[in-house]
Design a binder for this molecule. Structure first.
Ligand SMILES: Nc1ncnc2c1ncn2[C@@H]1O[C@H](COP(=O)(O)OP(=O)(O)OP(=O)(O)O)[C@@H](O)[C@H]1O
Ligand SMILES: [Mg+2]
Length: 369
């Protein structure tokens, strides 16, 4: 049968949509799909025309219950959080609109599917940035309030100690001074980095090699500390000392996580920490899209970060360690922010990766940062 011009035009429009369009029958078989659906599901249109929609996934969160209502009483529905997981491990988050339609004498279901992983991620990142900045503001205010009287307490203890003859009493004033110094150091860390970056064209691997030598001096003997660099990365304008501190905080955390995990378990696996560098393309950082960035990943095979904790680990004072201040990651994030970069974490038991993205800036572009 030849299509009327009107119909073939409609098909053309469907093919050009950035939305995946699929029509399924009540038996679940796909009756129609557009090019975008074929790309989203990673299957040819020909193959899709022969399968049941559900057979494409090993897991999904599509509300099948609502589909029953659609068959029975034509009720349309919308869900903005439907996840499809494929056999190759790929998973996508989508929003789905389902409407009933008449299809060659039967009722079909017209699905419009839009992938929204990226949008969701950007929204989450923005919300998190907002929270972190609010909590930092609060803590900085508090830290200033502590710092002022602290100087007075230390000074008074020092004066008092000079007018004391008894060594026993001097021990007390000494204690006050030592504890005040400890508290001042903590408050200084809470206030965060107080110098502006001193930028120069830097080979990132020189910075990472410094970290490597430093950490090799006191790492636990059983930990395998490895480097996996992409030597073709260009130099970029950054403050090498600040980036060293930022990455070192993460490497130290990784070493501590490995020590904790492997001390507790009797695993045969070797505790391992990898410092990796790669190019990463098309990265959005601080509302700007960068075609190419340097990606530094610190990967360990420790116990991982619990789901409960992972959303807050960049907040200041969040720590699970008895001797931790919970400042390392917060400082790292401030330093990376100052470099217009971004930091992300992904963690499952046995694999935690912190990824730092830094813009590639040539000498003459650095001044406008
Ligand atoms: N690689 C990792 N594996 C597992 N948990 C981690 C890892 N890195 C960080 N964490 C968790 O994140 C928390 C916060 O880390 P952060 O560096 O900010 O503070 P801290 O290490 O506890 O203290 P500080 O760095 O101030 O000494 C840690 O207490 C730990 O629970
Ligand atoms: Mg730390």
């Amino acid at each position: 049968m030849t299509k009327t011009p009107q119909v073939s035009k409609s098909f053309q429009i469907l093919e050009q949509l950035s939305l995946a369009v699929i029509v399924i029958g009540q038996d679940g078989f796909i009756r129609f799909c557009n090019q975008q659906a074929s790309m989203m599901f990673g299957q040819s249109k020909k193959k899709l025309a022969t399968v049941k929609l559900w057979d494409l996934f090993i897991r999904h969160t599509f509300p099948e219950r609502l589909l029953d209502e659609l068959w029975e009483c034509n009720r349309s529905f919308f869900d903005n959080d439907v996840e499809f997981m494929f056999a190759d491990g790929r998973s996508i988050t989508t929003e789905v609109t389902a409407d009933s339609m008449h299809l060659d004498g039967e009722i079909g279901c017209l699905l419009q599917i839009r992938q929204n992983d990226n949008l969701r991620k950007i929204n989450q990142e923005n919300a998190q940035k907002h929270h972190i900045s609010a909590s930092r503001h609060l803590i900085r205010g508090l830290a200033h309030e502590i710092k002022n009287p602290l100087g007075g307490i230390r000074g008074a203890a020092q004066l008092l100690s000079r007018s004391l003859d008894s060594d026993e009493l001097k021990e007390y004033t000494q204690l006050i001074m030592e504890q005040s110094d400890r508290l001042r150091d903590l408050v200084d860390r809470l206030l965060g980095p107080n110098t502006l970056p001193k930028r120069s064209a830097t080979n990132i691997h020189v910075v990472l090699e410094r970290i490597f030598s430093l950490v090799m001096l006191d790492k636990p003997v059983n930990v395998s500390f490895q480097r996996d660099y992409d030597p073709s990365l260009p130099t970029t304008v950054l403050d090498p000392n600040q980036i060293e501190q930022a990455v070192l905080n993460i490497v130290r955390n990784g070493m501590q996580a490995l020590a904790e995990h492997f001390d507790k378990t009797s695993s045969d696996e070797t505790p391992k920490l990898i410092m990796q560098t790669r190019f990463a393309g098309n990265v959005v950082m601080q509302d700007k899209r960068f075609k190419q960035t340097i990606k530094i990943s610190i990967i360990d095979n420790g116990g991982g970060i619990s789901e409960k904790l992972i959303g807050t680990i960049f907040y200041p004072l969040v720590s699970t360690k008895s001797d931790g201040n919970g400042l390392g990651l917060s400082i790292t994030q401030t330093l990376i922010d100052q470099h217009r970069g971004k930091i992300e974490v992904e963690s499952v038991p046995g694999k935690t990766a912190f990824n730092i993205y830094l813009p590639i800036i040539q000498d003459n572009e650095g001044s406008d940062l």
